[in-house]
Write a protein that binds this ligand. Structure first.
Ligand code: ADP
Ligand code: MG
Length: 271
């Protein structure tokens, strides 16, 4: 597939939802790996102090000497914090629990909302040749998530196919609007991806119908099924697209990646 972004700036996507356990990290890892499999160079920023994306890609604590915390708080150069994963074309900036104190430590910093924005725009970024940067956000609308939204071109929202799924969305959209009004007027909603979808469950179908009715084309056509291979993969330190390439979960993430690239091409050719 021709790569629309090869010589351009990386497209920066924040993967956010203030609810925990909705599939942010799973989507970050697997969308990242799927985009990489399509030939894109991808950087994943682990912005959650829990460091699940780092763990899920096999970056153990012994390999977390330079982290997202250093990038934000110590203004470390990109070359010091970016490392390869075992997935070809997928790099990561790992996170540790240090990051949980950044929120408070940065309160007195005037540029506190722009730290990630500025870090990702270090002149050295061009040399890495990334096509996509995905940011795995923490389960909160805190300063870290605001940093992600200020730095990003768009926000991708994983939505778990369960009863209260749509309720948290208005709060999230409010934060997006605030960031747009104050710091990043170009911020778009990339889309909503329904996760942990169970076709046999009426509730899943209900949430999907509701989401498509209210949010229209913002909802990706592909839904991510609840699939045990997806939940097993991190314990083998692999994305599901490598752990079990033909599983339903793997095929779904490859399909989301394709939709994302197609949408991006459509936006490019329009304008
Ligand atoms: P978040 O980052 O939003 O907190 P995670 O991506 O960590 O959410 O997912 C929460 C839990 O659900 C994890 O244990 C993960 O393995 C599991 N999970 C996520 N997506 C799926 C899926 N499609 N099928 C089965 N389990 C999933
Ligand atoms: Mg997570």
């Amino acid at each position: 597939m021709p790569n629309p972004l090869r010589h351009g700036e990386p497209k920066i996507i924040a993967i956010a939802n203030q609810k925990g356990g909705v599939g942010k990290t799973t989507t970050s890892i697997n969308l990242g790996a799927a985009l990489a499999k399509m030939g894109n160079r991808v950087l994943l920023i682990d912005l959650d102090p829990q460091g699940n994306a780092s763990t899920g890609l096999g970056i153990g604590s012994e390999r977390r000497n330079a982290t997202t915390y250093d990038l934000l708080v110590n203004e470390s150069p990109l070359s010091e914090v970016i490392q390869h994963t075992d997935v070809l074309n997928l790099d990561i900036v790992p996170a540790t629990t240090d990051l949980s104190s950044a929120d408070i430590e940065l309160l007195s910093n005037e540029k506190r909302s722009f730290l990630l924005h500025d870090a990702l725009r270090q002149p050295a970024m061009a040399g890495f040749g990334f096509d996509f940067i995905l940011i795995d956000c923490p389960p909160s609308l805190n300063l870290l998530t605001v940093n992600a939204m200020v730095s990003a071109h768009s926000v991708l929202v994983p939505l778990q196919s369960e009863f209260f799924a749509l309720e948290g969305l208005s709060q999230l959209m409010l934060t997006v609007r605030e960031v747009r009004d104050t710091a990043n007027s170009g911020l778009r909603i990339e889309g909503i991806v329904l996760t942990m979808y169970d076709r046999r469950n009426n509730l899943s179908q209900h949430v999907e119908a509701d989401a498509r009715e209210n949010l229209g084309d913002l909802v990706f056509k592909t839904v991510i099924p609840r699939n045990v291979r997806v939940s097993e993969a991190p314990s083998y330190a692999m994305p599901v697209v490598d752990y079990d390439p033909s599983s339903k979960g793997s095929l779904a993430y490859l399909s989301v990646a394709k939709e994302l690239v197609d949408r991006h091409n459509a936006v490019k050719s329009r304008g």
